[in-house]
Design a protein around this ligand. Sequence first.
Ligand code: MN
Length: 313
Amino acid sequence: MYKEFAEQLKAFDTIIIHRHKNPDGDAIGSQVGLKHIITANWPEKKVYMVGDEAGRYAFMDDSVMDEVPDEAYADALAVVLDCGGENMVCDERYKTAKANARMDHHMFTGNFTQTEVIDSTFESCCGILADMVRTLGLKIDPLGAKSLFTGMVTDSGRFRYDCVNGRTFELAAFLFDRGEIDFNDLYRKMYAEDFEGLKRRSEFILKIQFSEHNVAYIYTDATEVERLGMSTFSISRGMVGVMGDIRGVDIWVNFTEAPEGVLCELRSSKYNINPIAVKYGGGGHEKASGATVASKEIAMQMLEDLDKMMTEA
Ligand SMILES: [Mn+2]
């Protein structure tokens, strides 16, 4: 499967790299990483990266996106990375490219490009790219290796989640030997927080509630969202983690009222909460999933379902 993907890369002079919107470390890492894999192996090719800005991952080298005119797609290969759903792609023009391809590690829910490498046994898309480089004996430059390494770290929760196995460490070592990676510097950039952010997190910690069987949850209504002056995404995705290390809590969920509905971020350290996200029209991974529901009532039903999981466990 790597061969077919690499053949596509070889066949095109222009390659435009996409990934999911609201990028995380894996999205930016795989995007920058693939760019540097391509330029290391085929320096004559034109490679572009498109999408919304890198945000808190702007510290990553070479993570500034390119402005790409529509015409550029006519003869190009568009690659979509780290993206499990069509509606999540950062720039829809991948559909207008001469050919398109996708590499991803989210649960497979259907093809939406022509050539697809999907493997949900990997912790990150960066891990799949690293495996491709190693398997096919491709070249990678130090910046590319560092980018992939960064994405592996962020998507594996610093090598902590279930999907981490011997292969993860082999590939991390493979990248480490080829990158110029200063752990301390990198981890500091990833995990250090502004004091303002720290204070904000403490506000959310004080909002934590518990269901009857110890599912932790936070509910932020629209009035509070406005008062906080934060984006609903940064509340929903950014604050779910404050519940992550509470002793005795195996499932936690962050509810945030947004114009499109109540955003639900579900997490577990032990159980597969994905079917519950799917039941409410969402998706994701076994222990990290999300959904958007129409009302607080439905969100509370979801909480009941999660609570029920705890009694069955
Ligand atoms: Mn990912």
